[in-house]
Design a protein around this ligand. Structure first.
Ligand code: ZN
Length: 235
């Protein structure tokens, strides 16, 4: 398991696996939270990772859903059945999770935009998953998770989807969901965004956190300098 340690409070971000959707476990003291749950293919691997932390005496404090696109949430229902932890989702997407539906997937380049708009209905049918009832609905712009024993807050960063959230660990490292994609050389801009203008506003919000590292759900992490350069180029 790949680990990234924050300097200030020694919170640790563990990348459980990459692939269809990166999944992370953030530990602080003897507590941990899970960020996203990925697709069925990774269920056993995911549960093994969770179990290994529980065996070491860590308390599973919650599952944060960065947003409700199917590739991030397919295992949420099964995880809830097994571990009974709280599920955190943004208010703007709670009905998607509770209904087993994905928010709209709209392409950001002209061709993909036409294709995704024309085929949104079959795309939505394909993107169904087993519904899960959220326990904690996040309404604040900054939702503090310090009470769970981890120096972390959830930041509302809409644009890719209406209720996209980023997880800010120790004011130093941001887990940004699909607000950035680290798979294409020279561009962090995601292939899908419901509201591209709002997405860029969320990049500004992420820069304002002061974080030094931005880790997306697909692909590799980016430094603050890279994000700043690309943000300025889009102004
Ligand atoms: Zn997404």
């Amino acid at each position: 398991m790949h680990q990234i340690v924050t300097a200030k409070n020694q919170n640790v971000i563990h990348q459980v696996f990459a692939g269809r959707c990166n999944v992370f476990i953030v530990t602080g003291g003897k507590s941990f939270i899970l960020i996203d749950a990925s697709v069925a293919k990774y269920k056993i691997e995911l549960f093994e990772a969770i179990d290994s932390f529980i065996r070491e005496g860590y308390a599973f404090q919650g599952l944060v859903v960065t947003h409700c696109h199917f590739d991030h949430v397919i295992n949420v229902y099964a995880a809830k059945q097994k571990y009974k932890m709280h599920i955190y989702v943004h208010a703007r997407e709670k009905d998607f999770l509770a209904g087993g539906k994905s928010p709209a997937m709209i392409g950001t380049n002209p061709l993909l935009k036409v294709i995704t708009t024309s085929f949104q209905k079959p795309l939505q049918a394909f993107a169904r998953y087993k519904a899960a009832e959220p326990d904690i609905t996040v309404e604040n712009d900054n939702f503090n998770l310090n009470s769970l024993g981890i120096n972390t807050y959830l930041l509302h960063t809409p644009g890719h989807s209406p209720g996209s959230m980023s997880v800010i660990v120790d004011n130093e490292i941001a887990l940004v969901g699909d607000n950035m994609v680290g798979m294409f050389k020279g561009s962090l801009y995601p292939p899908f965004a419901e509201d591209p203008k709002l997405l860029i506003k969320s990049w500004e919000k992420l820069l304002d956190t002061g974080c030094r590292l931005f880790i997306p759900s697909h692909g590799k992490a980016s430094t603050r300098d890279t994000l700043l350069r690309q943000y300025q180029a889009l102004q």
